[in-house]
Design a protein around this ligand. Structure first.
Ligand code: IPE
Ligand code: IPE
Ligand code: MG
Length: 234
């Protein structure tokens, strides 16, 4: 079983378009799909599930869509928190979520706080997350330590960078993803976990995210399990 599965939940807009529905209906259906995947990941004993919920580039979309996504998030955090706790799920956030509307920030921090003692699946939500932003932020943290005399530049290692990413030991403490799944047939990284996915296996599914079922999730895991990981060795 992969220790960490990261998902690019893509295709909500196209799912809605196909049904002549507003894009937000697609995002709502996407939230429902996500609930089912969390439950399955939890029962399969996956250590970490990370979902790409909103990228640093998604602000380019219409304000109506952006605000609608945040409203859905508030709604689902409220309605799902009890069940997350029942399932022993611990919620963490990757990204600059403090730039979200105040109510969303409040709910998110509430969910992180309310689930922090849970010991089951760690569910990481990449929210206002961008891989390049994350690396830039780590560089700034490290530079500040150097400037303050707390760190000798000669001692900077790969680990120093890892530790200061959102996924690092100083923050959400998430191992590198073993498996990255992207739905909707798109085959690109879109600024997701750039440093962390150096040796991840990628599975691309054609299903649009709202149609992605726990069964397909298990198929992606089986595909991962059939791969031979070499990490550059022979
Ligand atoms: C993914 O679905 C969800 C977010 C980016 C928030 P999209 O909204 O990107 O759906 P498509 O790619 O337009 O179909
Ligand atoms: C990636 O999907 C971001 C999320 C799923 C949140 P996008 O739909 O934003 O990516 P592009 O624009 O197709 O690369
Ligand atoms: Mg998309």
């Amino acid at each position: 079983m992969p220790q960490h599965i990261a998902i690019v939940m893509d295709g909500n807009g196209r799912w809605a378009q196909k049904r002549n529905m507003p894009r937000l209906a697609g995002h709502n259906a996407g939230m429902k799909a996500m609930k089912e995947i969390i439950k399955r990941a939890s029962s399969l004993g996956v250590g970490h599930l990370t979902v790409y919920a909103f990228s640093t580039e998604n602000w380019k979309r219409a304000a109506e869509e952006v605000n609608g996504i945040f409203k859905l998030l508030v709604f689902y955090v409220d309605s799902e928190l009890a069940e997350l706790n029942e399932n022993n799920v611990k919620v963490k956030i990757l990204g600059d979520y403090r730039k979200l509307p105040a109510l969303a920030v409040e709910k998110i921090e509430g969910a992180v706080e309310a689930t922090k003692a849970n010991t089951g699946l760690q569910f990481n939500i990449a929210l206002n997350y961008g891989g390049r932003d994350e690396i830039l932020r780590a560089v700034k943290i490290i530079c500040t330590m150097v400037k303050d005399g707390a760190l000798d530049p000669e001692t900077i290692e790969k680990k120093t960078i890892s530790e200061n990413l959102y996924t690092g030991g100083n923050f959400a403490d998430v191992p590198d993803p073993d498996l990255v799944i992207r739905t909707s047939g798109e085959k690109r990284v879109s600024n997701y976990l750039l440093w962390q996915c150096a040796y991840s296996e990628f599975v691309f599914a054609d299903a649009l995210w709202p149609d992605f079922t726990p069964e397909e999730f298990e198929k992606a895991i089986a595909e991962y399990q059939s791969r031979e990981r070499r990490f550059g060795g022979r």
